[in-house]
Design a protein around this ligand. Structure first.
Ligand code: NFS
Ligand code: SF4
Length: 650
């Protein structure tokens, strides 16, 4: 079993000591994990990684080789790689958007008075959203507004003659460009279906046309499905505000009942968070010898309950099996996405009960309950009772909880940033724009995405973030990337400030924001799109998103969802650096379109760069190019000279 990274021999599998520690425990216990399954998959198939394997029809499968340059139907490497890529975008868009749809259904039920214990926690966010989408609010009660907003959001899924209305969240110039390019989506579901159709055998064969279709679908993710998911989560569960908590396997409590929520949908976990404070349940836990109830999260569910309840985070994607291996988890509750099918096998080696809760996502050998909005609170209480009852089965001799846990601050929604920057008097992005214009902040990079056993886990997230803040770039984070940086201490304002460049530090201290801002889960990448839109709207930084000194990075990504995210960032005019390539390297043409020519089409493009230090150089070079084009670098030089000359005068 591996203890060191394959890519970088001699280096541990992760830069996080808790992960390294638990991998040793797994080896000793002879429990297989993602890290050794990764080894067993080697060598990984080059046809797959190059994207030139096609099994879209049953004349195949076909592979493009020097001898056979065409599939049986005649499809070449360009067509095959582009089609495969589009199917990933469709799947990623479907995942984020279906999550959004679940939330809209909950909002509708709440509006109808059938939402059980769910409520509208943030009526202000409801009103702002309703007004934006031209839903009457004057003199109406919240439930009526919520019902109309839910109905309106539901219309965004089906095909319509008009582009999706939520695209109006984007700057006008960008919307016009999408229209001109013919890539404005006109329905989430129809965009996904369209890609499945276009990539069906014998339909769309022109790689350029295919890739543009992929961008269209990705926009249905970022600006529609994910934007809806974020908005409805805020309305139902509250718009995040800065909150302190702790992260890493060390948050599991040796003396308490530990319940882990893992997956993505915040609905049931919201009730688990609430129910964990139920006095009766606490008393029941004490009666079984436990000191309390500890609900903690993994993956994006973790981010959701962290931001809204301050619940601790156990870890990110690659730590899900390791959490069970601590021997201290009574129940792990899973729903959808990024849940490893192996969890049931790991849980079997311990007393942990794995409970799968989504109607659409079952895990073989896990207990299955079907989450029901109306009974959410009771189901949460039942799960906690199940965990308490299981506490006595914990084998104390097998408990191994690593010491590592780190403090963090999360919960930076746009709404919060507006308020923090504007102070008590006026909500505004102005101080941020001014700092960018005068060069104290060079620009902004969103660092997002998964962790991946192909690289030393967490390391690239942490290094890239450190490099960028050192060079006075403000970093926005979501997903497992945020968790990686949190574990390394970069989400404590104090530590991050100490590592930030002098001028970034000065601005952050003056306006009271940390240099690394945790903005939420992966659907909350829509918050990063809105942050960019807000910067633009504040003025002085150009006319379209592609003018901004802003970029994106996903150094350790692995999910199809990340593929969709990367594409909607590029379609939104942003430069995106991925730590390893998309599965397109088997086609020079597709590579060149995505990584080169695309800049002339959307203003954004991809680049692959595994080395986080070099990635930082590239991101910074991009930011400086954008600053030059905005003529704000010239101003800054003058200003510095002025200060210097003033000092000389003194
Ligand atoms: Ni995002 Fe969140 Fe993590 Fe990757 Fe999975 S949890 S939705 S896909 S692995 S960042
Ligand atoms: Fe082969 Fe063409 Fe069928 Fe793909 S669609 S499997 S390339 S014959």
């Amino acid at each position: 079993m591996p203890t060191t990274s394959r890519k970088t021999p001699g280096q541990p599998v992760s830069s996080d000591p808790a992960t390294v520690d638990m991998v040793q425990i797994a080896i000793a216990a002879e429990v297989g994990t993602v890290f050794d399954r990764y080894e067993l998959q080697h060598p990984q198939c080059k046809f797959g990684t190059d994207g030139v394997c096609c099994r879209l029809c049953h004349m195949g499968p076909c592979r493009i080789t020097p001898r056979a340059q065409l599939g049986i139907c005649g499809a070449n490497a360009d067509t095959i790689t582009a089609r495969n890529l589009l199917r990933e975008i469709a799947a990623g868009t479907a995942a984020h958007s279906d999550h959004g749809r679940m939330l809209v259904r909950t909002l509708k039920l709440v509006a109808q008075g059938k939402g059980g214990d769910y409520q509208i926690k943030d009526p202000q966010r409801l009103h702002v959203a309703a007004r934006f989408f031209e839903i009457a609010t004057e003199g109406r009660d919240d439930m009526a507004i919520a019902g109309d907003l839910a109905d309106f959001f539901m219309t965004q899924f089906a095909w319509s003659e008009e582009p999706n209305a939520t695209l109006n969240l984007a700057p006008e110039k960008r919307q016009a460009l999408w229209k001109k390019l013919g890539i404005s989506p006109d329905g989430i579901d129809s965009a996904v279906v369209e890609l499945m159709h276009r990539t069906n055998m014998g339909v769309d064969h022109d790689y350029r046309h295919l890739i543009m279709g992929g961008l269209k679908c990705s926009l249905a993710d970022g600006w529609v499905g994910s934007a809806i998911a974020t908005t409805v989560s805020d309305i139902l569960f509250g718009t995040p505000k800065p909150v302190r908590s702790r992260v890493n396997l060390g948050v599991l409590a040796g003396d308490k009942v530990n319940i882990i929520v893992h997956g993505h949908e915040p609905t049931l976990s919201e009730m688990l968070a609430v129910a964990s404070g139920n006095e009766e349940l606490l008393e029941y836990a004490r009666s079984k010898g436990a000191a309390g109830i500890n609900v903690a999260g993994i993956c994006c569910t973790a981010n959701e309950v962290l931001m809204r309840h301050g619940l601790p985070i156990v870890g990110n994607f690659l730590q899900q099996e390791l959490a069970i291996l601590t021997g201290a988890v009574e129940v792990m509750v899973v729903d959808v996405q990024c849940v490893m099918p192996s969890l049931a096998q790991v849980a079997k080696c311990f007393h942990t009960k794995l409970v799968s809760t989504s109607e659409i996502a079952h895990t073989a050998e896990a207990e299955q309950i079907t989450f029901n909005v109306r009974k959410g609170y009771e189901q949460a209480c039942d799960l906690i009772r199940k965990a308490i009852d299981n506490f006595g089965n914990r084998d104390k001799d097998r408990v191994h909880i690593p010491n590592e846990s780190m403090e963090l601050v999360a919960g930076f929604s746009n709404e919060t940033i507006f308020q923090m920057l504007g102070g008590t008097f006026r909500s505004t992005f102005r101080p941020l724009n001014d700092a960018i214009i005068d060069g104290r902040i060079r620009g902004i990079v969103g660092i997002v995405g998964c962790s991946n056993p192909k690289v030393v886990a967490d390391q690239s997230h942490v290094k890239l973030t450190e490099e960028l803040i050192k060079r006075n770039v403000l970093v926005l984070q979501t997903g497992c990337s945020a968790i990686a940086c949190a574990k390394a201490g970069l989400l404590t304002p104090e530590a991050a400030l100490a590592k930030a460049g002098a001028s970034l530090r000065e601005v952050c201290e003056a306006v009271g924001i940390p240099p690394v801002l945790h903005m939420g889960s992966c659907v909350d990448n829509s918050r990063i799109l809105m942050a960019a839109t807000n910067l633009l709207a504040e003025g002085g930084l150009g006319e379209d998103l592609s003018d901004l000194p802003v970029a994106g990075a996903a150094p350790e990504w692995m999910s199809e969802k990340a593929v969709a995210i990367g594409h909607y960032f590029v379609a939104s005019g942003m430069y995106v650096v991925l730590g390893h390539p998309l599965y397109v390297e088997g086609s020079r043409n597709v590579h060149d379109l995505l990584c080169g020519e695309m800049e002339n089409i959307t203003g954004g493009r991809f680049e692959w760069e595994p080395d986080p230090a070099i990635a930082a150089d590239k991101l910074l070079a991009h930011i400086e190019r954008k600053r030059d084009a905005l003529h704000i670098n010239a101003q800054k030089e003058r200003k510095l000279y002025d200060m210097k000359s003033r000092r000389e005068l003194q």
